[in-house]
Design a protein around this ligand. Structure first.
Ligand code: ADP
Ligand code: MG
Length: 142
């Protein structure tokens, strides 16, 4: 499935809708260049899940965790931008995050963990179309 969003608000709105179908142990992998809209998508996702805190890019800490108030779940936002070597990704223990039934995990720059990613996830690719437009391609991996 794919769509073109015409503003960052539209990307957030789409993400908030998408969030309604998420449950514990779900993994969402985000791909796309810098500025293509990955973090914007996560902000919408968080909004849709009822997270009140502002979602910042976890570029320096690699992970931020947002407990959901309404359910016994957490939104785990991982950003692998700073990870340079695949060996570095190995040592992060990422599988601990996505094997936890109380976690919904979303990863920016998921290609940096490619060999570690389990099946049964959703890949979302973002592409810059014009200043305010992004192509969003969603693919379920089974
Ligand atoms: P990434 O995390 O992929 O590096 P960000 O979400 O941080 O990207 O940045 C996307 C930038 O593009 C933001 O400044 C946002 O306002 C802008 N933008 C413009 N149009 C869109 C759109 N349709 N969807 C998402 N972001 C958009
Ligand atoms: Mg980002």
């Amino acid at each position: 499935m794919q769509l073109i969003t015409k503003s960052s608000d539209e990307t957030k709105k789409f993400a908030a809708e998408f969030a309604k179908n998420l449950k514990g142990r779900d993994l969402v992998c985000l791909y796309g260049d810098l500025g293509s809209g990955k973090t914007t998508f996560v902000q919408g996702l968080a909004e849709g899940l009822g997270v009140k805190k502002r979602v910042l890019s976890p570029t320096f800490v690699f992970v931020r965790i947002y407990p959901l108030e309404s359910r016994k779940l957490r939104l785990v936002h991982i950003d692998l931008y700073r990870v340079e070597k695949p060996e570095d990704t190995d040592s992060l223990g990422l599988d601990e995050f996505w094997s936890d039934p109380e976690n919904i995990v979303v990863i920016e720059w998921a290609e940096k963990a490619e060999g570690l990613l389990p099946r049964n996830r959703t890949n979302i690719r973002f592409k810059y179309v014009s200043e305010d437009e992004r192509l969003v391609v969603i693919e379920k991996v089974i």
